[in-house]
Design a protein around this ligand. Structure first.
Ligand code: MLT
Length: 325
């Protein structure tokens, strides 16, 4: 009988571990969301937008911690190594989760297998922007201007492996431009320097540049997409402008590998609710961003995207012959 009791107790304990009694109450304290780039940039903006809604769903505040540096890989390394208890998660992007492995030989995380995937947050096309006093009235003139002057000009990006770095790399190598590359901890500070005329041009997420384009503080020459964006109606798409340069950025929410599945499920549910919220959707649309739908939602949608983006971007970066470390 005592043996039976012990077995019953062990059985109950095992069940408790499997079903996660902590998860039933999760979350009981604030959740840190690591943004691997500087405050004020696209990842930060999108994280705060969905994070505020998720906080309401989960009943605990999602607190953003900006850990910029090394193209976002510092923050994602910190996330991969964090306690997998659901109280540290992160929002990475196309750079940290698909370009970084082919740029950093010593990358300390595996974007495809080293996280519990939560879901894609948004997609945003890149835009080609320059300081507002650039002497070019349209994309054709801007390309001609870069052809003659790029060696004297500076290109700002968010660190090796970031989206702005990779998209700039592809843009510059496609046309043979050779600007001086200026790394920042995110395109928030890079864009501020573009507005201030400290650097000359960028290829950055439309989500980041739209407010400045609307305010007339930078000039947008094209959006790297098949069609124009409603929020920048006067800016042509690269397709319309006649160049073959399409580049879509995305953000993704992840947790450290080993985070209990029922906690991940709570986060997935809260993210999906945020993505369906009319206010979030409206803001996404204003910033030229779209949310994933249907099968693209949740861990499976993100896993598929990460795998396919790594397979797509690795040969492109290898062909460009760039290594970060
Ligand atoms: C940021 O949040 O600063 C960007 O997502 C950086 C980038 O990858 O270009």
């Amino acid at each position: 009988m005592p043996f039976m009791c012990r077995r019953t107790i062990f059985g109950l304990l095992a069940l408790a571990v499997l079903t996660g009694p902590a998860a039933a109450q999760y979350p009981t304290k604030q959740i840190i969301v690591i943004v691997p780039f500087a405050a004020g940039g696209p990842t930060d903006v999108v994280t705060r937008l969905v994070g505020e809604h998720m906080s309401r769903t989960l009943g605990q505040t999602l607190v953003v911690e900006n850990i910029g540096g090394a193209g976002g890989t510092l923050g994602m390394t910190r996330t991969a190594q964090a306690n997998p208890d659901g109280y540290t998660i992160a929002v990475g992007n196309m750079g940290t989760q698909s370009a970084a492995p082919s740029l950093y030989r010593n990358l300390k995380y595996d974007p495809a297998r080293g996280f519990a995937q939560i879901g894609i947050v948004n997609y945003t096309p890149q835009a080609i922007v320059a300081r507002k006093d650039t002497p070019a009235k349209d994309l054709k003139e801007f390309l001609a201007y870069l052809k003659t002057n790029s060696a004297k000009l500076s290109y700002g990006h968010a660190g090796v492996g970031s989206i702005s770095h990779v998209s700039g790399l592809l843009f510059n190598s496609q046309f043979g431009f050779k600007p001086t590359l200026i790394p920042y901890k995110g395109t928030g500070p890079a864009l501020r320097d573009l507005v201030a005329g400290q650097i000359d041009y960028m290829v950055d997420q439309s989500l980041n540049v739209i407010p400045q384009v609307q305010a007339g503080t930078v000039t947008a020459y094209a959006v790297a997409a098949p069609a124009r964006l409603d929020s920048m109606p006067n800016v042509p798409s690269t397709k319309e402008a006649g160049i073959d340069f399409i580049f879509s950025a995305w953000n993704a929410m992840v947790a450290p590998k080993g985070t209990p599945p029922d906690i991940v499920a709570r986060l997935v549910e809260a993210l999906n609710k945020a993505l369906d919220d009319p206010t979030v959707r409206k803001r996404f649309a204003e910033l030229g961003s779209t949310a994933p739908q249907g099968a693209d939602r949740g861990p499976a949608g993100l896993q598929k995207l990460v795998d396919s983006e790594i397979a797509r971007i690795t040969p492109v970066i290898k062909a460009a012959g760039v290594i970060a470390d």
